[in-house]
Every structure is written in structure tokens, then in C-alpha cells.
Design a protein around this ligand. Sequence first.
Ligand SMILES: *Cc1c(COP(=O)(O)O)cnc(C)c1O
Length: 458
Amino acid sequence: MNLPYAEPYKIKMVESIKRSTIEQRKKWIKEADFNLFNLASDKVFIDLLTDSGTGAMSDNQWAAMMSGDESYAGSSSFLKLKEVVQKITGFKYFLPTHQGRAAENVLFSAMVKEGDLVPGNSHFDTTKGHIEFRKATAVDCTIDEAFDTANLHPFKGNVNLDKLEKVLNENSKENIPFVILTITCNSSGGQPMSMENIQAVSRLCKSYEIPLFFDSARFAENAYFIKKREKGYQNKSIKEIARAIFDCGDGMTMSAKKDGLVNMGGFIALNDEEVYKKATVFNIMYEGFITYGGMNGRDMAALAVGLDEATEFDYLESRIEQVSYLGEKLIEHNIPVQQPIGGHAIFIDANKFVPTIPRDEYRAQALAIELYIIGGIRGVEIGTVLADRDPFTRKNRYPELELVRLAIPRRTYSQNHMDYIAAVLKNIYDSRDEAKTGYKIIDEAPIMRHFTVKFEKI
Ligand SMILES: *Cc1c(COP(=O)(O)O)cnc(C)c1O
């Protein structure tokens, strides 16, 4: 008998969320300059802006918070976290940071210099930001299948090995500080990498003597997909698979706000003592002493428990199956979404949803705004606004995909919320032909503009 999955937890505490009317939301979004980041959270009904730091902690995590050790140096919570990180990743050295981008800042300060190339699979925006800020270049080597949202390739986070080898071959290794693999790959749709591909990249890096790092924000979700989709891993535990992934590399950066199941935190883990020593100096300058790195003792204690819970199969199954449940509903309504459904989010294909809105009028942003106005649902644009301008020509970069991301917070919303979201989207989809115009930018920052950009309706 095949029984459906059900959440392996029950609810001990609830948090109210506010409903509002379409008229109210029209007014609020205009006051927010049509930037969803500018909305106060009480003006949002279902918040799918991000799955970063928005999940619910468990009773065990809350209990761990009470025993957090706030000592400046040598905190026992640090030592506990270090032990868990070493057990899960196998890496020798560990530095806590206040979040993922801080880990990037510290590590890249130690490793990346002007003129360098950093190959990878659709680098995340903060990763790319920290590379470009140092006048280096992020080279995207993702497989082409990733950019066709209807292609059912099971591992769309994979690297095209020929593209990668070309970069490694045509440049001196002094200019390639490392290769970085994002697991799962956020920018290409929460898509996983296969173990086979990770191992192949690892061999290639070894043959060119270039270190391999993981941007590991959703490494446990990636391990779940390997277990479900790749031959030979069905009987392996998530922890065994995660360890096998990390065994392929030299180090990692982590945003603990994702698969750490905490609201704030991050870290670096790596094997090279020289790099660790260099990074330590930057950690102390930017983050704090090496045994807290911008985190509270209690937050490190909660993270130690969170990492353990996030690498349990039952939790991951309910997490990924909830996202998939929403995705399947949308597919039933013929709404164009990235397929297969990714781990943490649904990605709506705005190029197919609203082709009637010109690209230079930010069609994915226009769709995200409509979703807020009609349903009080806050998603985020992953398209031209996020892709920013070319740092040299200052022209808009048009990425292959114009997406609206609906990121699902961990252990936070119910199946009813998923049904509500699907109903709202179906409503918008049914009247999509009426959408003819989008938005124009009236103010933007020189880098990572999407957080503060202001729009006007055309
Ligand atoms: C969130 C994220 C980051 C940055 O982490 P923050 O904790 O938000 O600073 C880096 N890479 C990936 C893949 C992410 O998803």
C-alpha cells in the first residue's frame, strides 16, 4: 500500500497573518514604488519572498537556544557546532559567519583577486556580487538544458564539463582561485546537481590543480534529490550522500538560513590550512572572533541541532513534497513553471506567462506585482531586474529566463496555503492576455539593484 506523505511534526505555536483587500494592496504596492522588498510584512498574506531565514525552528532547537553559551572565546556552543559541521561535511577547519554572503566575503577576500575567473553553475547573486566587486568574473558553465523550463532533465544544476574544461584549459591556474558549485542551484531554479556530475567536476578540478568549493545553502535538499533520482543512492542516508558530496571538494560556504533551519547564520568549512589562516584574519576584521563570527552562542546552538534535523529524510520528504504539491497544482492549471519542480521554490516562467509585456518593461516583475495585488502573495523576480547591468557596459543584462520565484519557507505554511496560491495564480493566468504593459525603473543602486530599485507603472 502506498500512503501519501504527511508532515513528521505537529504544531505547538501559531503566528497570525493578516488578510487585506485588493484595493488596499494596490495602494500599498504603489507606495512601495512597486518593489516588493519595500512592503511591510503585515501587508503580505503569504510571504514567499524567500525561504531564507523564514522557516520554523523545532522545539529541540528552541531548547538548545536556552543552553547557548555566550562566551566571547571558546564558547561551548561553537565547539558543539564545529563538531556537527565536521561530522556532516568532513572538512577540517570551520569559521562561523553571520550569514552566507559574509562567508563569501571572508573566503573571497582570502582567495579572489582582480582579473580572476571563478567558474561555476549559475552563481547566486551575492556570490556573483562578491566576485565582481573584486573585479573578477563569474563564468557560468551550467548545462544548456537548465534554460529550457519545459525540459525534464533531473539534474538541471549540472555543469557542462566541456564548457568548464575550456575555461580551465584556456586560462592559467593563477587566475582561477577555485571552481564553485551551487547545490542546489538557486538561480537556475532550485535544481540539483547529480553525484556523477559533481564527481566529474571534482576530477577535472584535480587534474588542473584547482580547488573546488561548494555554495552549500541547500546541500541537504540536493542530497534528497540524489537519493530519489540517481541510481545507486536509494539505500544511502541523506547524511551519507551529503558526506559523499563534500568529499569531492576542498571547502564550502554556507548560508545556514536555508538548510541550517535557523533564522540567521552561516559558515565556512575547508581543508587548506593556509587558506584557513588567511580567512581567519578577514573573519576577525569583518565578522568577529573566530569562535562566534557574528553569531550569538544561542544561534550556534540552534544551528547545530538544525543541521542534524535538516539532513533527516522524513523532514526533507515533507519539505520537498510540499513544494512539489504546489507545482503539480499549477501544472494542472497549465501555468508554465520550471520543470522538474525544484527543491525550495516554484519558478513561474514569465516569458511564457506574459509574453505580451515587452522584456524591457520587466515582465517577471510585472507578474510578481500582479500576484501581490490579486492574492496578497509576495514572490520575487528572478530575471532582468536581478541580473543587473553589465559592470563594464552598464547595459541591462537579459538572462535567458524571466522567472517569478515563489520560495516556500520550511515547516511554515500548510497545504491549504498551497491551494490558495494555486487558485490566485489560476485567476491571473485566465486573464493574462489583458496584460500589455509593465514597469520602468526610476531609481537604482550600482550593484545588486533589486533590493532597492524603484519602479513606475507604464
Ligand atoms: C542565500 C544564498 C546565499 C547567501 O546567503 P545569505 O545567508 O542570504 O547571505 C548564497 N548562495 C546561495 C545559493 C544562497 O541561496
